[in-house]
Design a protein around this ligand. Structure first.
Ligand code: ADP
Ligand code: MG
Length: 614
C-alpha cells in the first residue's frame, strides 16, 4: 500500500515544464497568483458541492486559504481547505494534459518572441508555474468525499513525479509546499509574498492568511449587485485601487452579457492631474478574469483620451490565446474597448441629464480630454458631440450650453450652428462677426478655448446641422437698409476702387450685407480657415518653419457712414481716400485680431487726426 508509484509527465507537460524551469521570467511572481487561484477555485468547488447537498468531510472547517513562509528553510506553503484531490485526480490534474490549453500555451510560447508566462493561468496550466520558483514541489491533498484518504505528490519538475499515500490523518483540502530555488529565496520573505498577494489576489473571495494575519481585506465590489453596495464601500474601494485619498468624482458600475461578458467598475478622480502639472497621466484600469488580475493598467482597454479613468474591468471571456503582445490587436480587445467606451460616454450623457452639477464639475476638470477625443478619434464623435459645452449668446455669462440645447432653440429658418472664437465674452459680443447674428436673432456659441475651433472643425456637424464659424457664415441682415447707405452700383464701384487702391495687400473686396456697426471686416480667403485658426497655427509654428502668409478678403458695409463718405471722397481727393481705406483695413484687422504690426496704423492715424483738427 505504501509503495511509491513513479510516474512520468506526459510529453507536452514535460515540454512545458522545461520551458518554465529554464527560462528566466521577469514576472516570476505570478506563480503565487496561480497557486492562490487554484486554492480559491478549490474553495469555490467545495462551496458548490456543499450547496448541492453532498455530505462533505469535515463540514465545520470553513473554506479558507493559508500561506506560510519560512525564510530559514527557504520554503513557502499554500494550504487550502477546499475540495481536495483523490489519488486519481492528482494523476489526472497534475501530470496529464487534462486541459487542451497546454498545447495552445506551448504554441503561443513558441510563436512569441518574448514569451509571456504571465498568462499561463489563462491556458489552464497555472499549477506548473510553481516550478519557476521551486526546485521541488510537494502536494498533499485529501478529497472532500467520504472514504478518501490523503495522498502526497512530489516532483522536481524533470523526470516525472511520485505519488505515495500521505502519512497521518490529513485534513480536507490541499497543502502545496515549495522548496525554493536559491535565486527565488526572496519568496520566503513575508514582505515579498504579501506584496505579490496584494497585487494579484486582493479580491479573491476567500480569506487569505499569511503567517497568521489576513492579507486580502477588500472585496471584489464589481462582482456584487449594485443595490447592495453602499456609497462608502464604493469610495473605500476606489481609494484602494486608485491610490487616492479623496472620494471619486464620478463612478460607473455596470454589467454586460453581450457581446462580451463584462463586469466593470469605473471611477473618475476629483481632479485632473494633467492640468495640475503632473504630466501625462496613465490610465489605471486593471483587467481581471474572474477576480484575478490579468493585467494591471491594461493597455488598449480604453482610448488614450480616457486615460484619466481608474477602475476594474473583469471579463470571463478572455480567450486562451491572449497575450500581452498580441493583446493590442486582438479583436476581443477592440470589442471590449468599444463596449466600454460607448458605455462610459453614455453614462456621462446620463449624468449631465440627471445630475447637472456633477457633470459641470466633471466638465470643468476634464473637457480637454473629451475634445482630444473629438479631434483624434472618429469612432465616438457623435457621442462626444453630446458632451461638449460652450458659452453662448443665448445663455448668461459664465454659463454653458450643450449643442442639443442650442438645436432646440434654433428658429425654423436657421439651418446651421454658428460659433465664434473670442478671448472672452465681451470681445465676442462686440465682434463685427457677431453683428449679423444679433440682427437675425440667431444664437452664436462662444468658443474661448484655443482648441475649440479645431474641435468644431473635426466635429463638423451635430444632429445633422453643420457647425459653422461665424466668420464664414453667409448671412445677410434682415433689417431694412439704413438711410444714406450706398446703392448697389455705387457700393460695387467703391469695392472695385478699394481693391485697386489696396493692391495685393488684400484678396477680394466685397460688398457685405452682414455688418451693422462696423465699416468693414476681414475674412480669411481660405474657405476652411478662420482668422483665429490662422493665429493659432502661427503660434504653434517653429521659428524656421514658414507658413503661407494669410490671404484675407475685405468685406465693406455700404450702410456705414465711413464707407458712404469714402465713396464721395475718392472722387474728390483720391490720395486721402486711399489713406482712409488703409486705415479701414487695419481697423478690420484689429477687430479680427490679425494685425501684425500696429505702428504703421498709429502713424497713419496721427496724420488723419492732424488733418481733422486742422
Ligand atoms: P486550472 O486551474 O486552469 O484548471 P491548473 O494547472 O492551475 O489549471 O490546475 C490544474 C488542476 O489541478 C485544476 O483544474 C484542479 O483540478 C487541480 N488543482 C490544482 N490545485 C488544486 C487545489 N489547491 N485543490 C484542488 N485541486 C487543485
Ligand atoms: Mg489554475
Amino acid at each position: 500500500m505504501s509503495a511509491t508509484e513513479k510516474h512520468t509527465f506526459q510529453a507536452e507537460i514535460q515540454q512545458l515544464l522545461d520551458i518554465v524551469i529554464h527560462s528566466l521570467y521577469t514576472d516570476k511572481e505570478i506563480f503565487v497568483r496561480e497557486l492562490v487561484s487554484n486554492a480559491a477555485d478549490a474553495c469555490e468547488k467545495l462551496r458548490f458541492t456543499q450547496a448541492s447537498g453532498a455530505e462533505i468531510l469535515q463540514p465545520d472547517i470553513p473554506a479558507a486559504i493559508t500561506l506560510s513562509s519560512d525564510e530559514a528553510a527557504g520554503t513557502l506553503t499554500f494550504t487550502d481547505t477546499g475540495i481536495g484531490m483523490t489519488r486519481d485526480e492528482m494523476v489526472k490534474n497534475l501530470g496529464t494534459i487534462a486541459h487542451s490549453g497546454t498545447k495552445a500555451f506551448l504554441k503561443q510560447i513558441a510563436a512569441d518572441k518574448k514569451p509571456d508566462v504571465g498568462l499561463i493561468g489563462q491556458f489552464g496550466v497555472g499549477f506548473y508555474a510553481a516550478f519557476m520558483a521551486a526546485k521541488r514541489v510537494t502536494v498533499e491533498s485529501r478529497s472532500w468525499a467520504a472514504g478518501e484518504v490523503g495522498w502526497r505528490w512530489i516532483s522536481e519538475g524533470t523526470g516525472g513525479y511520485e505519488i505515495t499515500p500521505a502519512e497521518g490523518d490529513l485534513p480536507r483540502g490541499t497543502k502545496i509546499t515549495l522548496e525554493l530555488k536559491d535565486e527565488s529565496k526572496d519568496f520566503a520573505q513575508a514582505g515579498t509574498i504579501e506584496r505579490v498577494i496584494k497585487r494579484y489576489s486582493s479580491f479573491v473571495p476567500f480569506p487569505i492568511e499569511l503567517n497568521g494575519s489576513k492579507v486580502n481585506t477588500v472585496q471584489a465590489l464589481w462582482a456584487r449587485g449594485k443595490n447592495e453596495i453602499k456609497d462608502e464601500e464604493y469610495d473605500e474601494f476606489y481609494q484602494f485601487i486608485g491610490h487616492d485619498h479623496e472620494k471619486p468624482l464620478l463612478r460607473l458600475h455596470f454589467t454586460a452579457d453581450a457581446p462580451i461578458a463584462i463586469q466593470s467598475l469605473l471611477f473618475v478622480p476629483q481632479h485632473n492631474l494633467e492640468t495640475m502639472g503632473m504630466g501625462r497621466v496613465e490610465q489605471e484600469v486593471n483587467l481581471y478574469c474572474r477576480k484575478v488580475l490579468i493585467q494591471a493598467k491594461a493597455k488598449g482597454l480604453f482610448p488614450e483620451w480616457l486615460r484619466f479613468l481608474k477602475g476594474v474591468v473583469d471579463s470571463e471571456d478572455l480567450p486562451l490565446n491572449i497575450s500581452r503582445e498580441t493583446m493590442q490587436d486582438t479583436s476581443l480587445l477592440q470589442r471590449l474597448n468599444k463596449v466600454l467606451t460607448s458605455r462610459f460616454l453614455k453614462f456621462l450623457d446620463e449624468t449631465a441629464e440627471k445630475d447637472p452639477a456633477a457633470y459641470e464639475k466633471f466638465y470643468a476638470e476634464y473637457q480637454r480630454f473629451l475634445k482630444e477625443g473629438i479631434v483624434t478619434d472618429f469612432t465616438h464623435k457623435e457621442a462626444l458631440g453630446k458632451l461638449v459645452r460652450y458659452g453662448s449668446s443665448a445663455v448668461e455669462k459664465g454659463k454653458l450650453t450643450s449643442l442639443a440645447e442650442y438645436v432646440k432653440r434654433m428658429p425654423a429658418e436657421q439651418t446651421e450652428i454658428y460659433c465664434l472664437m473670442a478671448p472672452n465674452r465681451e470681445a465676442a459680443e462686440s465682434s463685427p462677426y457677431h453683428e449679423v447674428f444679433r440682427d437675425r436673432k440667431f444664437e452664436v456659441l462662444f468658443l474661448f478655448d484655443a482648441w475649440d475651433e479645431f474641435v468644431m472643425e473635426h466635429l463638423r456637424e451635430f444632429d445633422g446641422k453643420p457647425l459653422k464659424p461665424a466668420e464664414k457664415a453667409e448671412l445677410d441682415l434682415k433689417e431694412p437698409k439704413k438711410e444714406g447707405a450706398l446703392d448697389e452700383t455705387a457700393a460695387k464701384g467703391l469695392a472695385e476702387w478699394i481693391k485697386t487702391s489696396l493692391g495685393d495687400k488684400i484678396g477680394e473686396v466685397r460688398v457685405s450685407q452682414r455688418l451693422v456697426d462696423s465699416p468693414a471686416v476681414v475674412v480669411d480667403s481660405d474657405r476652411h480657415m478662420t482668422n483665429t485658426m490662422r493665429r493659432m497655427l502661427k503660434a504653434m509654428k517653429k521659428d524656421d518653419e514658414a507658413i503661407a502668409p494669410a490671404q484675407q478678403d475685405l468685406e465693406i458695409n455700404p450702410a456705414h457712414p465711413i464707407i458712404a463718405r469714402l465713396e464721395v471722397m475718392r472722387q474728390k481727393d483720391p490720395a486721402f481716400a486711399a489713406e482712409v481705406t488703409e486705415q479701414v483695413l487695419d481697423g478690420a484687422r484689429v477687430a479680427a485680431g490679425v494685425l501684425e504690426d500696429p505702428r504703421a496704423m498709429l502713424k497713419r492715424m496721427n496724420q488723419l487726426l492732424e488733418r481733422v483738427l486742422a
